[in-house]
Design a protein around this ligand. Structure first.
Ligand code: BG6
Ligand code: MG
Length: 220
């Protein structure tokens, strides 16, 4: 039986509601290119890198373009996204997240970020949550996108933990797969229909009952 000593959090859609900002920015690009792009399509873009996200978007419309054009569309999308996140404040942290992190820190658990975003530090700075993390793995520190487990395995090793002592919190299908590929217990944040591969699915961090959480992880 493994003692859980580390919690690894995805950022977009788990700690903050920025998953919707990514969608809005990609939707503007999709509209410019005449690509039909729905919230259901967007599930495939969640958790994966900016480069892979745009390639998926282009494949939805069967659109081909040069690498130089791809770079410029990705920059445009990121500029729109950054405009949205620069307005963020501590009160934009999703309900219950700060309390859940504090309660687990008080129990001596390490808190780690495992995000694909290159903007993660800016978001954590704006919501003033950076100092809560013992290690931060983001789009600048990893080389392979989720569903590869690299981001979570590096996060675990940065705090001297191992896969079976970690719990991952993820809202993306690719992220849940990354956690499971890394051999970690995964709590899906969202809909059970979408995140069926997770070990336990809850609507949001704020709805996690601490006693139920302790009981689930103590039996691992
Ligand atoms: C992930 C998001 O957290 O970060 C993805 O779920 C996004 O939708 C990815 O594509 C990369 O983010 P960024 O900020 O580097 O474009
Ligand atoms: Mg996410």
């Amino acid at each position: 039986m493994a003692k859980i000593d580390t919690l690894i959090f995805d950022l977009d859609g788990v700690i903050v509601d920025t998953a919707v900002f990514h969608y809005q920015a990609w939707k503007k690009i999709a509209d410019q290119l005449g690509i039909p792009f729905t919230l259901i399509d967007n599930e495939r873009l969640k958790g994966v890198s900016r480069v892979v996200s745009f390639d998926i978007l282009l494949s939805l419309g069967d659109v081909k373009m040069t690498e130089a054009d791809k770079v410029s569309y990705r920059e445009q999308k990121n500029d729109w996204f950054v405009e949205l996140i620069t307005q963020m404040k501590p009160e934009d942290t999703l309900p219950g997240v700060r309390e859940f992190i504090s309660a687990n820190k008080a129990l001596g658990r390490k808190i780690v970020l495992g995000s694909a975003s290159k903007n993660a530090l800016m978001v954590l700075g704006n919501i003033q949550l950076k100092d809560a993390f013992d290690a931060i793995m983001d789009g600048n520190t990893i080389s392979v996108a989720k569903p590869d487990p690299e981001v979570f395995l590096k996060g675990a090793s940065a705090v001297n933990s191992d896969a079976e002592s970690c719990v991952v919190f993820e809202d993306a299908v690719a992220g849940v797969q990354a956690a499971k590929n890394g051999g970690m217990y995964c709590i899906g944040i969202g809909e059970p229909d979408v995140l069926g591969e997770a070990d336990w699915v809850v609507p949001d961090i704020g709805s996690i009952d601490l006693n139920e959480f302790e009981s689930k992880i103590s039996s691992l």
